[in-house]
Write a protein that binds this ligand. Structure first.
Ligand SMILES: Nc1nc2c(ncn2[C@@H]2O[C@H](COP(=O)(O)OP(=O)(O)OP(=O)(O)O)[C@@H](O)[C@H]2O)c(=O)[nH]1
Ligand SMILES: [Mg+2]
Length: 470
């Protein structure tokens, strides 16, 4: 798995920090020395590492930690934020023109970096978004390169434009654009030839395309496994032809992480997507924030706490708490509020990915936040009395509710069972406790409710168990 060793090392550093009650400047410096070593071993660019640890140290030694608030946690928070910044903070999208114009995307990169595969992956993604892509075969050198694109295009149900290997790439692209205009294709993805090393012929070929047609996106694919070389390659391409962004491939392998962390800082160009496997749907949008969580070990419970803190508005929490203590207790309206808060915290998938040990289990599992939609519909088809007092919901009422929500009665039963679990959990986790309602307690009350949230029951580690120490 990618980043394994870096993640392990960083977690060790944090473990040591957390075991200390207060942090001295020396503690921070020592920790940063280890962070530095871990990053260098992960093949992160030296200058990037130096600036990064300097920034983290300054923030950690300064004001923030002096507040005395969980110093170890504070350092983790700072490291995560700075990693996020290092990778650009924001997600960068492709430039896509309105549907009645043709958007061009040129793929470039060294041999074997993943241009052809990624071109087909992108074509599939854009097709799924309702675009009409056309793949263009401009690798006229490697035997079978055209065939490879055709095979991949066919798998994606995307047409491939080729003129064989006897025409110049720039001419192929011009003809492809005419073809696209005639056939209603509004995205043209150009697959170009790679070379073993940066070489002038390759660059000239790309420059000739650049200078003769309008390129909306010049995308460099680089192999994440090549670490700092990937960063050097990105620099060369950017200097010579100008790139708009990078796609980092093979992040599913045991890459050490250097490229992911350095590319943006060194080249100033964003990572747009990451390749996560050989299959044609293994391409993910790049989110700096999620990547930072991943590098820090996806089970970073600290970021979960942080998110919960931000999202849960204290008044709402206090209201729920009052509700639990009142005679009527926790009803469906409160359940709805709790679900909304879940959404504010970034939805189920992002919550789960932060649970210790959940990251790897989640791989390949598509957690869909729309699982929330149906329970919501069911609750909304209840009368106010039923929502406030779930116990009055008789079988005939259930049938009426099911009909109103357009679901089976079985689904209503299932939802009510989950609601019951949540209600019990909230009780047992202390929301019914003394009336003081400290901050900590309120948070503690909300979170365990997750275990009983729709669609969450089946996940190990959730539901207020040991792994969830609130
Ligand atoms: N595991 C993994 N393999 C990938 C990924 N992307 C591409 N590959 C594999 O890497 C190899 C090279 O990919 P290509 O798409 O042919 O690379 P290319 O840049 O077009 O190579 P040339 O045309 O020779 O320059 C293929 O075996 C791909 O299946 C990825 O994200 N993960
Ligand atoms: Mg290729």
């Amino acid at each position: 798995m990618a980043f394994e060793s870096l993640t392990d090392k960083l977690q060790n550093v944090f473990k040591n920090l957390r075991s200390k009650g207060t942090l001295t400047e020396a503690d921070v410096k020592e920790a940063m020395k280890e962070v530095k070593r871990a990053l260098l071993e992960a093949d992160v660019n030296y200058k990037v590492v130096r600036d990064f640890t300097k920034k983290v140290s300054e923030r950690a030694i300064g004001q923030e930690v002096m507040t005395g608030l969980n110093p170890g946690h504070m350092v983790i928070k700072i490291v995560k934020e700075e990693m996020d910044i290092l990778m650009g903070s924001e997600t960068t999208e492709l430039t896509i023109l309105p549907s009645n114009e043709i958007t061009t995307i040129m793929m470039c990169g060294l041999q074997g970096a993943g241009k052809t595969t990624t071109a087909a992956k992108l074509a599939g993604k854009l097709k799924n978004k309702g675009k009409k892509p056309l793949l263009v075969a401009c690798d006229i050198y490697r035997p079978a390169a055209i065939k490879q694109l055709q095979v991949n295009g066919e798998k994606q149900g995307v047409p491939v434009f080729t003129m064989g290997d006897q025409h110049k790439p720039v001419d192929i692209v011009k003809a492809a654009l005419e073809h696209a205009a005639k056939n209603g294709n509004n995205i043209v993805i150009i697959d170009t030839a790679g070379r073993l090393h940066i070489d002038q012929d390759m660059m000239d070929e790309l420059i000739e395309i650049r200078d003769n047609v309008t390129l909306n996106n010049t995308i460099l694919t680089v192999d994440a496994m090549t670490g700092q070389d990937a960063v050097n390659v990105a620099n060369s391409f950017n200097d010579q032809i100008g790139i708009d962004g990078v796609i980092l491939t093979k992040l599913d392998g045991d890459t050490r992480g250097g490229a992911a962390l350095s590319i943006r800082a060194v080249t100033g160009k964003p990572i747009l997507f990451i390749g996560m496997g050989e299959k044609l749907d293994d391409l993910e949008q790049f989110y700096p924030d999620r990547m930072a969580s991943r590098i820090l070990g996806m089970g970073d419970i600290e970021s979960l706490i942080e998110k919960a803190q931000n999202a849960i508005d204290e008044d709402t929490a206090a209201q729920l708490e009052e509700k639990m203590k009142s005679k009527q207790g926790f009803g469906f309206d409160d359940y709805l509020i709790a679900m909304e808060q879940m959404n504010q915290m970034g939805g189920i998938a992002s919550m789960l990915s932060m649970m210790p040990g959940m990251g790897s289990q989640l791989k390949g599992v598509d957690v869909d936040d729309s699982v929330m939609d149906r329970p919501k519909a069911i609750i909304l088809s209840m009368t106010p009395q039923e929502r406030a007092n779930p116990d009055i919901i008789s079988p005939s009422r259930k049938r009426r509710i099911a009909k109103g929500a357009g679901v089976d009665v079985a689904e209503v039963n299932r939802m009510m069972k989950q609601f019951e679990q949540t209600r019990k959990m909230m009780k047992s986790m202390g929301l019914m406790g003394n009336g003081k309602g400290s901050k900590k307690k309120r948070r503690g009350g909300m979170m365990p409710g997750l275990g009983g949230m729709p669609g969450m029951g089946g996940f190990p580690g959730l539901g207020g168990g040991k792994k969830f120490p609130f």
